[in-house]
Design a protein around this ligand. Structure first.
Ligand SMILES: Nc1ncnc2c1ncn2[C@@H]1O[C@H](COP(=O)(O)OP(=O)(O)OP(=O)(O)O)[C@@H](O)[C@H]1O
Length: 453
């Protein structure tokens, strides 16, 4: 790994394209030096200049994550391609320190006629792995990509999801110092996206990440700082929170006009309004969403020590045992996790966490509160199970995964024996939860005018 504290330095960067109205103009331009040499007065240009990037300067320290935001055509991909050395700048300079691996737009990086296996080997070697390193990591890359027999098909037959799986699997195994990810993760399914997010979060501890996204929640969640590009120029470079907010505000204003002012609300001393009505017990607005659970133990990824393993994860409605069916949010559920001990466990712990698309932990629990009061030992070759009864929160649309785990020990000193990352997938659609990570049912919503005095 490079020891330079600066990973990326961009100075006065500009990228100029020459736009020709017709192919004929391109030919005339090609011939213009000859014409100009013969008749200097006839010399002219046949193109229009277009600056995709202008006068861009910023620096990124090693280990930091930078988000890049901006509308379509603002220059984000151009910047990434220059940083990765795929495009040459017209002006200025980019200095990078360390090995760069990039997941750019679909279609770049692989030869469509070659098989996945051939592309894997070619790409890994272009990214700096020796033949023996490729051989050592080959099985891990295949397991990460998880595209089965398609690995021996030409990549031109791949779906966009399979393409990204293979491309990401390669860049995740080349010991990159700088990772560049351009929106491509959006095409992966929930389980694969989770796998990538786990890798990205682990990578953030050791490497530098450039992350282009139109998802401001993702930018705020993943990145310390961000740059906002507009028509190739830098509008703002600063903490991701404020850059994303300012970008969103500007986007809203461009849609709704300047009357949209999202000024921060100062706290105002005001007399609290009298409670206008007695809150009713029942929610007044139907926030129900459609949520479908699918178990996928056979495809779940993770790791185990061999001393204990999860053998079952089942979810059902507490009041209608047998099948979770379609869930709406806020109903009582029963989650059962079953495990088998392959060695004696002194203080077994079973637990789960529900994660969103960015791999953020939403909520979870384990059996420690129970075993603290009722110490329980499990002998080798026995199965044991935990039951968690809880109310499902209302969730925004999207896919969620449930991680189940078995460990042995106590709160401060425990050994994980099996961590199963994607035991179930929960797909939520038609949710009316708009803000935040979860919703709650409101028992009262009203709008009233104040009395005029
Ligand atoms: N080879 C090219 N010749 C001329 N113009 C180009 C070329 N490549 C890109 N551009 C222009 O440069 C500008 C920036 O493009 P770029 O792909 O970097 O934008 P972007 O911010 O990544 O957009 P998106 O969010 O849609 O991916 C666009 O106006 C695009 O049309």
């Amino acid at each position: 790994m490079s020891s330079d504290p600066i990973a990326i330095q961009v100075e006065g960067l500009g990228k100029r394209y020459e736009i020709y109205e017709t192919p004929r103009d391109r030919l005339k331009q090609f011939l213009s030096p000859v014409v100009g040499a013969l008749r200097p007065s006839a010399r002219r240009d046949y193109f229009r200049e277009f600056w995709a990037l202008r006068d861009l300067s910023f620096e990124l320290k090693r280990g930091e994550t930078l988000g890049i935001v901006g509308r379509n055509g603002s220059g984000k991909s151009t910047l990434l391609q220059i940083i990765c050395g795929i495009l040459r700048p017209s002006l200025g300079e980019v200095r990078t320190h360390g090995r760069i691996a990039a997941l750019l737009e679909l279609g770049s990086g692989f030869n469509p006629e070659f098989t996945g296996r051939e592309n894997l080997i070619m790409n890994a070697s272009l990214l700096g792995l020796t033949p023996s390193e490729i051989q050592d990591r080959y099985d891990d890359i295949l397991a990460f990509a998880d595209i089965g027999d398609f690995i021996d098909q030409p990549v031109k037959t791949y779906s966009s999801g399979m393409y990204v799986r293979l491309a990401f699997a390669v860049i995740a195994h080349v010991d990159a110092d700088i990772l560049v990810v351009d929106e491509a993760l959006a095409v992966g399914d929930a389980v694969f996206t989770q796998r990538c997010m786990r890798f990205i979060r682990a990578f953030q501890g050791r490497g530098t990440l450039l992350f282009v996204s139109h998802d401001m929640a993702a930018v705020q969640n993943l990145c310390q700082s961000a740059i906002w590009l507009d028509k190739g120029r830098l509008v703002e470079f600063g903490p991701s929170q404020s850059v994303a907010e300012n970008y969103l505000r500007e986007t809203l204003q461009s849609v709704y006009g300047d009357e949209v002012t999202l000024a921060s609300v100062e706290s105002q001393a005001s007399t609290p309004a009298a409670d206008p009505a007695v809150p009713s017990e029942e929610p007044v607005v139907d926030y129900g969403a459609r949520a479908v659970f699918s178990s996928q133990l056979d495809r779940a990824s993770g790791w185990k020590t061999g001393s204990a393993e999860i053998v079952g994860v089942e979810l059902e409605r507490r009041d209608a045992p047998g099948d979770p069916g379609v869930l709406e949010g806020w109903e009582w559920l029963r989650l059962r996790i079953r495990a088998r001990a392959h060695a004696d466990l002194e203080r077994p712990i079973l637990g789960f966490i529900l994660r969103d698309r960015l791999g953020q932990d939403l909520f979870g629990e384990n059996t420690l509160p129970f075993t603290d009061a009722h110490p329980t030992r499990v002998r080798a070759c026995r199965t044991f199970r935990a039951e968690f009864v809880f109310r499902l929160p209302m969730l925004p649309n999207g896919q969620y995964v449930l991680m189940a785990s078995v460990a042995d020990g106590d709160l401060y000193d425990n050994l994980q024996h099996h961590m199963m990352h994607d035991a179930c997938v929960l797909t939520v659609s038609s949710s009316k939860v708009r803000w935040g990570l979860v919703g709650v049912p409101f028992s009262q919503l009203s709008l009233m005018t104040d009395d005029v005095r």
